[in-house]
Ligand binder design. Structure first.
Ligand code: GLU
Length: 425
């Protein structure tokens, strides 16, 4: 195929049809077998190179302002590092298939949002290009180390871009692994950057603003607050959850208020935060022999037996209501705790807190050795148990650590009215 430069108007004849439009730049990570053409009706289409019979160059068009990739706006602005790990925020629609593919590198992502230059001196780093369903606990360790390296290299804040599906798990893991005196912000997007309804740019702008200006000393998550394009919320990394499969305001703090909010004008933190440390401290030791089991009618005790026999050292149960499972699991759970496995109870209601002293089921489970995890989210309890069992082999110490609040993941009393009040009237 004749080489024509991007941003030239072209006429293309394929084996099927003739097209006129503007040849678009292909991102570094895009499939090299296709070109993308912006048609006069505004739609982009992908054309397979091998089907193109001829291409006529009709001359260059005036390109939109494009920022050269690289370290942006060196100068007096705070230095913020953006570490890209993949996900929709770094994706674009493939106009051939309608599917969404990872496509943007960290630098392309930064360059695509020129507003960032006025907020901070940005350094981009591509750690992965993964959808977050493929992120594993070992990746949390690499991300935490990568963040720590950027902080050691004088970043005044770090933004980690991440797929939204498992962003909450990574956020919780970073919170336990990394103590930081400056902001470390995780963000993502529900809609890819090349769609009109994308939340990518606003989430990135507000995250960089939080990293550069908030002085929040720790890990947090910044995502759209609502369906309009003006406010984002700052969430506790161990309390946040993706609560909708596609809405832009999918991320919500559970069992607590968000830490703050960001708009173009200002950042409001709902309380004053004092740094726990003067310089970053990294503790990435984890034990991956931990699983999360959601109790459901029909769950067989053999599932627990299997985990016990397979060498698991910790099991988080996502129980019903105040923290229950069927009595038919009791023997397996007891056998598990007797062999040294730590069982922790969270609730599938998400809101409210576990209280296993109310019903006999809960009391029996406590007698079997199950630790009630108060108002901790099930996935936070999973991540925390991996981290705790990475710190100690001692079961009693591990149980104490599970009930110690490290990053705001657990509270004495949920702000949501305690479910037990129904028993008081
Ligand atoms: N499943 C993908 C991921 O979590 C895309 C979802 C997203 O980023 O919003 O990476």
């Amino acid at each position: 195929m004749k080489e024509v430069k991007p941003l030239h108007r072209v006429e293309i004849k394929t084996t099927e049809k003739k097209y006129q439009g503007v040849l678009l730049e292909r991102p570094a990570l895009a499939d090299k077998k296709y070109i993308v053409l912006k048609l006069d009706n505004g739609y982009n289409i992908g054309l397979e190179k091998k089907k193109i019979k001829s291409i006529r160059d009709l001359g260059s068009v005036k390109a939109g302002k494009h920022t050269k990739p690289g370290r942006e706006n060196k100068g007096d602005k705070p230095h913020v590092s953006v570490i890209a790990t993949g996900g929709t925020i770094a994706s674009r629609v493939d106009y051939l298939t309608g599917g969404v593919h990872s496509a943007f590198s960290a630098q392309e992502l930064i360059s695509a949002v020129p507003e960032l230059k006025s907020i901070a001196d940005i350094r981009g780093k591509q750690l992965y290009n993964k959808f977050s369903e493929n992120i594993q606990p070992g990746d949390w360790v690499s991300i935490a180390k990568s963040v720590a390296r950027e902080l050691d290299d004088k970043a005044l804040g770090v933004v980690v871009t991440h797929g939204t599906d498992t962003l909450g798990y990574t956020a919780a893991a970073l919170a336990f692994m990394l103590k930081t005196p400056v902001p470390v912000v995780l963000t993502g997007a529900q809609r890819s950057s090349d769609r009109g309804s994308s939340d990518a740019a606003l989430n990135l702008i507000h995250s960089v603003k939080t990293a550069a200006e908030s002085k929040y000393p720790g890990v947090c998550v910044v995502m759209h607050a609502n369906l309009s394009d003006d406010i984002s919320l700052i969430h506790n990394p161990a309390r946040v959850r993706k609560m909708h499969s596609s809405r832009r305001d999918a991320f919500q703090s559970v069992n607590c208020a968000p830490l703050g909010r960001v708009s173009e004008k200002e950042i409001i933190l709902h309380q004053e935060y004092t740094p726990r440390v003067n310089k970053p401290e990294l503790n990435t030791k984890i034990n991956e022999a931990v699983s999360l089991i959601k109790y459901h009618p029909g769950l067989k005790p053999q599932v627990i037996d299997y985990l016990v026999d397979s060498g698991y050292e910790g099991i988080v149960l996502e129980g019903t209501g105040l923290g229950h499972t069927s009595e038919r699991l009791f023997d397996s759970i007891k056998a598990g705790t007797d062999s040294g496995i730590l069982f922790c109870m969270s609730s599938q209601t998400l809101n409210g807190r576990v209280n296993m002293n109310v019903y006999s089921t809960g009391r029996v489970l406590i007698d079997c050795g199950v630790i009630p995890c108060a108002d901790m989210l099930p996935e936070t309890a999973l991540v925390k148990l991996m981290w705790v069992l990475g710190q100690t082999k001692n079961r009693k110490k591990a149980a104490e650590m599970m009930l110690t609040d490290y990053v705001g993941e657990i509270s004495d009393k949920s702000h949501i009215k305690d479910d037990l009040s129904v028993f008081e009237s």
